[in-house]
Design a protein around this ligand. Structure first.
Ligand SMILES: [Ca+2]
Length: 143
């Protein structure tokens, strides 16, 4: 368990680092595509959100949200991802919508940093954003 401090700038830097972001999204996509058919189904996407912990108390969803409400929420999320209404989410749809979500989070955070508690080995995207910033700070100090 560790704690990272994240603000809007951290998140934006992560999203705007195109090569790094794409690689990170492709890896996330591959690990979420449980049956390896190259697209994410409704349940695969839901698992994605549960594992990435994007939807949690930090972002205004009460942990005590009733299951049927959660299902509705995940349905609406799926619809957002599935731009062409094909019933599945492909790699590009996934990446584009995650980018939108992260930018919305960045907007919401502004310059007010939040603290996030994270499990070890967590694949949380916001942690990846923080790691990226940390590595850049380290590099800058070496110069
Ligand atoms: Ca799949």
């Amino acid at each position: 368990m560790g704690v990272v401090i994240i603000d809007g700038t951290t998140v934006k830097a992560f999203v705007n680092d195109e090569a790094h972001f794409q690689k990170s999204m492709d890896e996330a996509f591959a690990s979420l595509d449980a049956n390896h058919d190259g697209v994410l189904s409704r349940s695969e996407l839901r698992r994605a959100f549960e594992s990435m912990r994007l939807i949690e108390t930090d972002f205004g969803v009460d942990v005590a949200t009733p299951p049927e409400e959660l299902t509705k929420l995940y349905d609406s999320i799926f619809a957002k991802f599935d731009c062409d209404n094909s019933g599945t989410v492909d790699q590009k749809e996934f990446r584009d919508e995650i980018r939108n979500i992260l930018l919305a989070i960045a907007e919401g955070l502004g310059s007010n940093p939040i603290q996030m508690a994270l499990e070890d080995g967590d694949k949380n995207l916001l942690k990846q954003a923080a790691d990226l910033e940390a590595s850049k700070i380290k590099t800058a100090k070496l110069d």
